[in-house]
Write a protein that binds this ligand. Structure first.
Ligand SMILES: NC(=O)c1ccc[n+]([C@@H]2O[C@H](COP(=O)([O-])OP(=O)(O)OC[C@H]3O[C@@H](n4cnc5c(N)ncnc54)[C@H](O)[C@@H]3O)[C@@H](O)[C@H]2O)c1
Length: 412
């Protein structure tokens, strides 16, 4: 049976390659022509999938911009984005466009699985009516399930294969059929009774992270005022062998998931006369964290008698997390903007982000960037960056990630 993947991004590409490596023929479809052309040419846009690995997979992986190419696939996995609108409401546009596209091609007995993160009810209330425009009945003529993606870009200790996969079908037969598809590439399948359970389980995972990050970030602000080292506090608490899970403070939340997904649920909850206080509060605390970081930068410069205005400040690491080049919702961009508003002369160094086109900046070579500098701020600590050298050569360093604590550098 061949596999169709709709949406070739951080989720779709690793999945397509995993199925190709498991010996399946795979068809990947994306609306972005440039992306399809790059992938077909063996250029992977995703750090977790090397060009070499992609090139090997291309024996079994065909890329296309046409939904019609999915007609012969036994299963179609939908991995399109689920962003927020400008007013921070769910934007189901890409997902609904994918469902409309699929309605024109799906066949009897195919299995369709939605992987994109969304609120409970998305599969049943939004996908089903559009897919059924094919004149086929979901759960009868074709199987439909929701199975959330849990990929964590940049992580190497857990892979697609070793990360259990939750699957909730429209019917128990749908769950079984979808589970059988994933058994090729995942060791453990976790069947649940409905798509809604699977949809909410994904949001619980992300909201759990968002709330705990907000909690430790708020504590970092208090610890700063009280003159207590938050990192030492977290280290100490983390020695408890049960009932505590470590979360580190940082410059705020980024990526496509944590700053976005919880608000899908908050929006849906309003339909049930419920305001999701934890979600809103965590969002508020995490969104304000870059402002606290800028205060720390102002204080650091003040210690050497300098204002932000006219100071040369190097941001080290601008993607939202270590080891990847993803800039979506990155708190570093907000810090950069706030420093510029205050007249700072900001440059950056990030081996994963060659250019910030909107800001008119290119990643500076470290050697060059460290000359004539007033302050280096470690915003995202990529493993390949020599932070020790930055500490040695920069006149002043502020570390928002705790990487250089052992060197006595001021931390968040
Ligand atoms: N990035 C992550 O770490 C991660 C982890 C778990 C779950 N998710 C969820 O998975 C989904 C996809 O996220 P992503 O990070 O892979 O997004 P992405 O932006 O990296 O990739 C999505 C791709 O879908 C394509 N696309 C958009 N509309 C399309 C359409 N109608 N038909 C075909 N292709 C279309 C885009 O061109 C893009 O290449 C989201 O719902 C996200 O919340 C993401």
């Amino acid at each position: 049976m061949s596999i169709g993947i709709v949406g070739l991004g951080y989720v779709g590409v690793p999945l397509a390659v995993a199925f190709a490596e498991a010996g399946r023929d795979v068809v990947g479809v994306d609306v972005d022509y440039a992306r399809v052309a790059a992938l077909s040419g063996g250029h992977s846009p995703i750090e977790d999938v090397s060009d070499e690995r992609l090139a090997r997979a291309l024996d079994r992986l065909r890329l296309s911009t046409r939904y019609a190419d999915l007609a012969d696939a036994g299963a179609i996995l939908v991995c399109v984005p689920t962003p927020l609108t400008r007013n921070r409401e769910p934007d189901l546009g890409p997902l609904l466009a994918a469902a409309r596209g699929l309605a024109g091609v799906i066949r009897r007995d195919q299995v369709v699985v939605l992987e994109s993160t969304s609120f409970p009810g998305t599969t049943r209330e939004h996908m089903v009516p559009l897919l059924e425009e094919s004149d086929l009945r979901a759960g009868e003529d074709f199987a439909l399930a929701y199975s959330p993606e849990r990929v964590d870009p940049g992580r190497t200790d857990h892979t697609t294969r070793t990360t259990p996969k939750v699957v909730g079908g429209l019917t128990s037969r749908c769950t079984e059929r979808a589970a059988a598809i994933y058994a090729d590439v995942v060791d453990e399948i976790v069947p649940v009774s409905t798509p809604e359970v699977a949809e909410l389980s994904k949001l619980l995972e992300n909201i759990f992270r968002s709330v705990n990050i907000a909690l430790v970030n708020e504590l970092a602000i208090l610890a700063d005022r009280m003159g207590i080292d938050i990192w030492e506090v977290v280290d100490a608490a983390a020695t408890k062998p049960y009932g505590f899970m470590r979360f580190d403070p940082g410059p705020g939340m980024g990526g496509h998931c944590l700053p976005v997904d919880p608000f899908y649920l908050a929006w849906k909850a309003r339909e049930y006369d419920l305001s999701m206080e934890f979600i809103e509060l965590a969002g508020k605390v995490n969104q304000s964290q870059p402002y606290f970081c800028v205060q720390k930068i102002e204080r650091a410069l003040n210690e050497t008698g300098k204002p932000v205005k006219g100071s040369r400040i190097l941001l080290v690491g601008v993607s939202y997390k270590a080891g990847v080049g993803d800039l979506r919702e990155s708190p570093a961009l907000r810090i950069l903007e706030l420093l510029r508003e205050r007249g700072g002369e900001v440059s950056y160094h990030d081996p994963h982000v060659p250019e910030l086109a909107e800001q008119g900046l290119r990643s500076a070579e470290l050697e060059e960037a460290l000359g004539g500098l007033d302050l280096a701020v470690i915003v995202t600590a990529h493993p390949e960056v020599d932070h020790g050298r930055i500490v040695e050569q920069a006149p002043q360093v502020l570390d928002l990630r705790g990487t250089t604590r052992h060197l006595g550098v001021p931390q968040l």
